[in-house]
Design a protein around this ligand. Structure first.
Ligand code: HEC
Ligand code: HEC
Ligand code: HEC
Length: 209
């Protein structure tokens, strides 16, 4: 049940970090009160805010929502703001969770690089293709997406030496929270339901190593 807990916490944590002082969509500063109760609401990807028919809730999201980690007996529970309310202006992924990369790429969120507003991220545009994937498509690790909001030191030298092919990674370890799993399932998208987002490089069309 760790996955569900992590996934929910992940959303909440990211929302708290990103939305507190920073989030701006165009000229509209998002008004976010974290201690307000609200009914759940999910929007599929596409134009946020269209208010059409209730979209289907993806099976993955339903499964994760079915496991509750909040204390049902705590009377203040209803006052907690729901993640869906905090993130309703954002695009959602196929699993029904905010798609943070799309939100970032579309400028819907603007995380700061540091305490000083002049701080800039050191963005590295380098894909690493990882080939020990058995029958699965290869893993394409995009430095660009990560370094838009993570420093090199978040990953180098631990958990990855900065040398392609130096890490021995197994899915079992990722699910236990090592390697990619240090962040995925925690502050980044849910591993269990998103194989194709990492395993995105068909073996046949992969560039030669
Ligand atoms: C967060 C990224 C990520 C996600 C999501 C992901 N994988 Fe992986 N997977 C990896 C990495 C990294 C490797 C190691 C590749 C390497 O070392 O060359 C790997 C390796 C594997 C391997 C070969 C090694 C082993 O453990 O047997 C299999 C099989 C595999 N993944 C299946 C899956 C399946 C099935 C899913 C979805 C349930 C999935 N993966 C989701 C990143 C991911
Ligand atoms: C989210 C994690 C993450 C971040 C952040 C990150 N890297 Fe990496 N980096 C990786 C992974 C994973 C590999 C591949 C390791 C492997 O194959 O064993 C890698 C490999 C590398 C390599 C080796 C490339 C090659 O062809 O051998 C270099 C150089 C590198 N990173 C530099 C950087 C720099 C510079 C930054 C910051 C601008 C950075 N990385 C940020 C995860 C990251
Ligand atoms: C230090 C934290 C961290 C580590 C370690 C990490 N990631 Fe990520 N990753 C993120 C964050 C944060 C995002 C953006 C949020 C999201 O998409 O949920 C992200 C997004 C991604 C994306 C989506 C990119 C896009 O443009 O849509 C892929 C693919 C990905 N990671 C693969 C991996 C793989 C494979 C590994 C291990 C080799 C890995 N990540 C390790 C934090 C991490």
């Amino acid at each position: 049940m760790k996955i569900s807990l992590n996934a929910r916490l992940a959303g909440i944590a990211l929302a708290a970090i990103l939305f507190g002082p920073l989030a701006q969509a165009g000229d509209n500063v998002l008004q976010l009160a974290f201690l307000r109760a609200a009914p759940g609401q999910i929007q599929s990807d596409g134009d946020p805010g269209h208010g059409q028919a209730e979209p289907e809730i993806p099976a993955a999201r339903k499964a994760i929502d079915a496991v509750d980690f909040l204390d049902g007996n705590n009377p203040d529970r209803q006052r907690l703001q729901r993640i869906d309310e905090a993130t309703r202006h954002l695009p959602y992924d196929a699993n029904g969770f905010p798609d943070w990369m799309k939100a970032l790429n579309r400028g819907l969120i603007k995380p700061r690089a540091g305490l000083n507003e002049k701080d800039r991220m050191e963005v590295l545009d380098l894909d690493i293709v990882m080939r020990n994937t058995k029958e699965m498509p290869f893993v394409k690790f995009p430095h660009r997406s990560h370094t838009e909001w993570l420093a090199c030191s978040n990953c180098h030298p631990d958990p990855f030496l900065p040398r392609a092919g130096s890490s021995e990674i197994r899915m079992a370890n990722i699910f236990r929270g090592q390697f990619c799993g240090k962040c995925h399932d925690r502050v980044a998208f849910v591993t269990f339901f998103s194989c194709d987002r990492c395993h995105s490089q068909p073996q046949k069309s992969a560039p030669k190593p």
